[in-house]
Write a protein of this length. Structure first.
Length: 389
């Protein structure tokens, strides 16, 4: 039996809450973001978007594009409060709610269909309830998979409802540009364009071997998505899980530098796994076991989630300074990431992360993963690790 997944995404959430709390702002270009000199736009109302303002844009640019805009600082505590109300509504319909960010979630309502009406009826009810209290609009996509539901919810924003029945998935996907696909950044887009692939349909008509040769496992994954195949479950527990790796050493580690080399290898392994599972994490934990089996953990939380090995490594190195590594013999080191979020969280996730260097690193990571996939872990190692051998 096909599943019924609903993706719900609040419309211009931060500005919408500002308008909710101050109705005089209704219909005006409201822009929520950081400082006017150095900050970026967090979220812009649809009225502001007409001027070309969008999230992650420098505030200075937004001011130039929309000089009469109403610029407001983010009130996260308030957005969280409203978000809680909205998620309570989601939970009325199913326990299978996977939050992607403060204003976005997947719901699996397969089991709730008989009880509460079919998935489209449930989506309509949710939209109505959110509109009544707290008083906001949410866009919904209803489809047999997460991937398609997510694309669908974006089609008719704001206040949209897009339904893709199981037998219409290919019809729906075929004409879409491949940039709508998760994990397809500018570099991948360019590489696909060289193969004359621009739409989902183009991608689905290429032999999967060709894609695998060029992109490794990522190629096979893209192909499956183009065919509308995505079996990933809605995972309500996502935020409590963690992904980690640890290494017990044959010989105790004595030197700080040696410990750092191990950290780099671990960080890359963890990051690789996160990218394979398409999650990123906010909290980095470092575990150290000394040779007398005394074990400690140190943790730090990043302002935004990451799946980047070097970033994880940098944090882990800072945490290392809060240990006695280098002074006491070390038996085991481990790194884990928690507070995970689904990579498809897209907008909100990349919101603070869209500067060029991190975008490049992201695409480099994808390339790295496909090489690893093909040739194994030894083939790609950062220079400091090679010098180790
Ligand atoms: Mg949203």
């Amino acid at each position: 039996m096909p599943r019924s997944i609903i993706h719900l995404d609040m419309d211009a959430f931060y500005p919408a809450v500002e308008v909710l709390d101050n109705p005089e702002l209704k219909g005006k270009p409201v822009i929520v973001g950081g400082s006017k000199e150095r900050g970026v736009v967090s979220s812009a109302s649809y009225e502001a978007r007409k001027f070309g303002v969008h999230s992650a844009q420098p505030m200075a640019t937004a001011i130039r594009l929309c000089p009469n805009g109403i610029f407001l600082p983010a009130r996260m505590y308030r957005y969280k409060e409203v978000s809680k109300q909205v998620f309570e509504i989601f939970h009325c319909f199913t326990p299978l709610v996977e939050p992607l960010s403060i204003d976005e979630a997947f719901l699996d309502v397969t089991g709730a269909r008989r009880l509460l009406g079919d998935a489209v009826e449930i989506a309509k009810k949710i939209k109505r309830m959110v509109f009544e209290e707290p008083g906001l609009t949410v866009s919904a996509g209803v489809a047999p998979s997460k991937f398609v539901a997510k694309i669908a919810s974006d089609m008719e924003k704001p206040d949209g409802l897009t339904v893709v029945p199981p037998d219409k998935v290919r019809e729906f996907l075929d004409p879409l540009h491949i940039k709508k696909m998760w994990g397809v950044g500018k570099v991948t887009q360019r590489a696909l364009a060289q193969l004359n692939i621009h739409t989902f349909k183009d991608l689905s008509q290429i032999r999967v071997e060709v894609l695998e040769r060029k992109f490794g496992k990522h190629g096979a994954k893209m192909y499956a998505l183009a065919m509308g195949i995505d079996d990933r479950d809605v995972e309500p527990e996502h935020e409590t899980k963690s992904i980690g790796h640890e290494q017990t050493f044959m010989k105790d580690i004595m030197e700080l530098d040696d410990a750092k080399k191990e950290l780099l290898a671990l960080a890359n392994k963890v990051a690789g796994r996160m990218r394979r599972e398409e999650v990123s994490g906010k909290t980095v934990s470092l575990k150290v076991k000394y040779n007398d089996f005394k074990q400690i953990t140190r943790a730090a939380t990043l302002p935004k989630p990451t799946d980047d090995g070097f970033e994880i490594y940098s944090v882990a190195c800072r945490l290392l300074e809060k240990t006695e590594v280098g002074k006491r013999p070390v038996r085991l080191i481990g790194i884990s990431l928690s507070q995970l979020s689904f990579l498809g969280a897209g907008e909100q996730l990349s919101l603070f992360n869209r500067d060029q260097s991190s975008q490049k690193r992201k695409e480099l990571n994808i390339a790295l993963d496909s090489i690893l996939e093909k040739h194994g872990e030894k083939s790609v190692r950062p220079a400091t690790l090679i010098s180790n051998k």
